[in-house]
Design a protein around this ligand. Structure first.
Ligand code: HEC
Length: 182
């Protein structure tokens, strides 16, 4: 019979496409410069600011807390020069929350780590060439406690649209960082 032969040829022809799909879902090992810092940034770096993202019903408090860190030399360079030095790393933690009535009022606080965003300053495009580098930064996200396997394939899809509103601030939401005010 001719038909099965044809089917066989067709499936062989589409093999490369399947192979490609498999590659895409393979874990992505991030460039070392974009890894979540191995040093203890929570105690050794400066938390420059925090955001709380409210739940749909504001009375439920915050649905997420975001805490943002840079290291001390990078902070000092920014305060001196007004721009982020090359290779400055910014780490943003995303926390799920609990909300309770405390003696201060209804308060939300960090519960479990949902993931971490890392940006690294690369204004000259020297740190990396791939799809996680561009617009003056390297960009990556890591789920949970992960530090090396990133969820980010291409920053233009995964990050940039959301950071466009901060374009005239170098793509950084500076309004949230008291430590950077000069
Ligand atoms: C849904 C929109 C959205 C997406 C998608 C997004 N960001 Fe952001 N990002 C923000 C906003 C808004 C802030 C500041 C306010 C906040 O955290 O709630 C921020 C803050 C940050 C910060 C702290 C420094 C700053 O810019 O203020 C880092 C680091 C960061 N994002 C990295 C990334 C990376 C890397 C990606 C892609 C993997 C990404 N973001 C994707 C909206 C987004």
């Amino acid at each position: 019979m001719r038909f099965p032969t044809l089917a066989l040829i067709m499936s062989a022809a589409s093999l490369p496409a399947f192979a490609q799909m498999a590659t895409q879902s393979d874990p992505i090992q991030v460039e070392p410069v974009l890894e979540v810092p191995s040093e203890d940034y929570r105690t050794g770096w400066v938390q420059i600011g925090a955001f709380s993202v409210l739940a749909e019903m504001p009375a439920d408090g915050a649905q997420e807390m975001h805490a943002v860190y840079i290291d001390k030399p990078a902070l000092e360079a920014y305060l001196r020069d007004g721009v982020f030095a090359e290779e400055t790393r910014i780490v943003k933690e995303v926390w799920s929350t609990r909300t309770e009535d405390l003696t201060t009022g209804r308060a939300s606080y960090a519960d479990a780590l949902k993931g971490r965003f890392v940006m690294v300053r690369d204004s000259k495009g020297k740190l990396g060439q791939g799809p996680r580098f561009g617009d003056g930064w390297g960009w990556a996200f890591f789920t949970g406690q992960e530090t090396r396997i990133t969820d980010t394939e291409d920053y233009r899809d995964a990050c940039l649209t959301c950071h466009e509103p901060a374009r005239d601030q170098g793509l950084i939401y500076l309004q949230g960082y008291p430590a950077l005010r000069r």
